[in-house]
Design a protein around this ligand. Structure first.
Ligand code: NAD
Ligand code: UDX
Length: 484
């Protein structure tokens, strides 16, 4: 491709995960003249993307199946042939995982960039002619420097008379949220492109302009773009920690956090979104990206800034422990051997994703206290809960024979429950941790007689109708509601 050309004909996206799959599906859908190939080392993931039964796609997102159905086989392809796809591409997106490091320098905070570096090396090796390399993964500010250094080494004259290679690196972070990914991709608040090469920026902007209004396509330098993604997630998470801190204060003062959120959210400078108090934020991004920001601040000699952001995570963890503690306190100071029904395990509604879900920490705390948890989530599989709790499920207790041996010995256990009535039978409390629609619709008059009295509802998502719960003779705690 001529270096000044701004029309892209072939795209390769490395990483067929949560971001790579849906993002490329929407690009292919909106740009039928561009051939888009999404590659991954994970063969079963690629097989699932190619499955004729659209219910088997590896990512569940409302509307994704229709987008894939329109474009797949036409100009959207999923493949394990990484090298060939890179070689054929005018533009390569890097959309691989960047989790928190679990060992070595920066362990527990810094992002693990081994997969990004591996991609850069693969592109350096396999690309042909001029290639625009786009960072789609969320990356620490100045990562493009590393990517450029690896690519530049490949621009040296080729030993065996191969045609010369050249590269441009752009940053184009993704802002989609789970559960609304297709909506977010089809009508984004903005598309952010960071870079130094005007032609390359035009080339990427041209792709998005097929469906995104031009004024929503923002252009910045590379470092602003990389840092904007971390900052956006930090600001969003900060709002949640802020409202959760206010919720705790509401509970001891008689204020109601929903009323406070409405009162402050109507100030147009603050805005109404992302002010729902809850059990704390979860998901694969917020904690990881803030910890990364904290690490960067320390690295660049800004310990006060690092401490400021660290506190957003600290408060989030505190909120999870706080909820577990108040359940124990309310149940006469002990949950040992008591049955509790835990409703919702996913980190938010409309997803089966449990990464960093607040339910994990809360369930672990209660199990540590000796509770017997019946866990019910409409989308999360028992196997996933076992992995997250690092504890095998026990058989559900037999009503006739009373508490199990483990329960009498004070050992905490859990079992998966596929329906609400089974989960609450004999329970001292219901604990709602995910805002699934079905939990808003529970008939408390039917549930209350199945529970052991006095029985509680702990609503960490503020989804129940208080009068219905109280009217059924149950005690109620709602996050941030000092009135109940
Ligand atoms: P993911 O784990 O779902 O997918 C990453 C994929 O990359 C995996 O399938 C893995 O096999 C593949 N991969 C890794 N190294 C590879 C290599 N060298 N060659 C080929 N394939 C390789 O991750 P994700 O959720 O899609 O996230 C990707 C990036 O996007 C991360 O940086 C994340 O922080 C960011 N992000 C995620 C979200 C989200 O909601 N999940 C939103 C915005 C941004
Ligand atoms: C987030 C960002 O929103 C998205 O822009 C980015 O690209 C990836 O990270 P995601 O984690 O998928 O998206 O979901 P989000 O809707 O942001 O929710 C994150 C967590 O915050 C969830 O646990 C949710 O329940 C919680 N939350 C959200 C609240 O507790 N209160 C709120 O008001 C909003």
């Amino acid at each position: 491709m001529n270096k000044s050309l701004t029309e892209i004909k072939t795209i390769c996206c490395i990483g067929a995960g949560y971001v790579g799959g849906p993002t490329m599906a929407v690009i292919a859908d909106r740009c039928p003249k561009i051939q888009v190939t999404v590659v991954d080392l994970n063969e079963s993931r690629i097989a699932a993307w190619n499955d004729q039964n659209l219910n088997n796609l590896p990512v569940y997102e409302p509307g994704l199946d229709q987008v894939v159905n329109r474009a797949r086989g036409r100009n959207l392809h999923f493949s394990t042939e990484v090298d060939e796809s890179i070689a054929a591409a005018d533009m390569v997106f890097i959309s691989v995982n960047t989790p928190t490091k679990t060992k070595g320098l920066g362990s527990g905070q810094a992002s693990d960039l081994r997969w990004v570096e591996a991609c850069a090396r693969q592109v350096a090796l396999c690309a042909q002619g001029h290639t625009i390399v786009v960072e789609k993964s969320t990356l620490p500010v100045r990562t493009a420097e590393t990517v450029k250094a690896i690519l530049q080494a490949a621009q040296q004259p080729q030993a065996d008379n191969q045609p010369p290679k050249s590269f441009v690196v752009l940053s184009n972070p993704e802002f989609l949220a789970e559960g609304t990914a297709i909506k977010d991709l089809e009508s984004p608040d903005r598309v952010l492109i960071g870079g130094e090469d005007a032609n390359a920026i035009d080339a990427l902007a041209n792709i998005y302009s097929a469906w995104v209004p031009k004024e929503k396509i923002l252009r910045t330098n590379l470092w602003s773009s990389e840092l904007s993604k971390l900052s956006a997630n930090a600001f969003l998470a900060q709002r949640i920690s802020s409202i959760n801190s206010v919720a705790a204060l509401c509970e001891v003062t008689g204020a109601d956090v929903n009323e406070v959120a409405k009162a402050i959210g109507t100030d147009s400078r603050i805005g109404p979104k992302f002010l729902n108090a809850g059990p704390g934020f979860g998901g694969s991004c917020f904690q990881k990206d803030i910890l990364n920001l904290v690490y960067l601040c320390r690295y660049f000699g800004l310990p006060e800034v690092a401490d400021y952001w660290q506190n957003v995570v600290t408060l989030n963890t505190w909120q999870q422990h706080r909820i577990a503690r108040l359940v124990v306190k309310s149940l006469f100071g002990t949950v040992t051997g008591k049955r509790l029904a835990l409703f919702g395990f996913a980190f938010k509604a409309d997803t089966n994703d449990t990464r960093e879900a607040p339910a994990i920490q809360i369930a672990k705390d209660l199990i540590e206290e000796g509770a017997q948890l019946a866990i019910h989530d409409p989308k999360v599989e028992a196997e996933q809960i076992t992995n997250d709790l690092q504890l095998d499920a026990s058989p559900p207790p037999d009503q006739a024979s009373g508490p199990s041996k483990a329960a009498l010995g004070g050992e905490g256990t859990w079992w998966p429950s596929t329906n609400i009535s089974d989960a609450v039978r004999g329970a001292d409390a219901v604990l709602i941790l995910t805002e699934w629609q079905q939990f808003r619709e529970i008939d408390w008059d039917k549930i209350a007689p199945l529970m052991r009295q006095p029985a509680w509802v702990f609503d960490a998502r503020s989804v129940v109708d208080p009068s219905a719960v109280l009217g059924a003779g149950l005690k109620l705690w709602r996050v941030g509601d000092g009135a109940t």
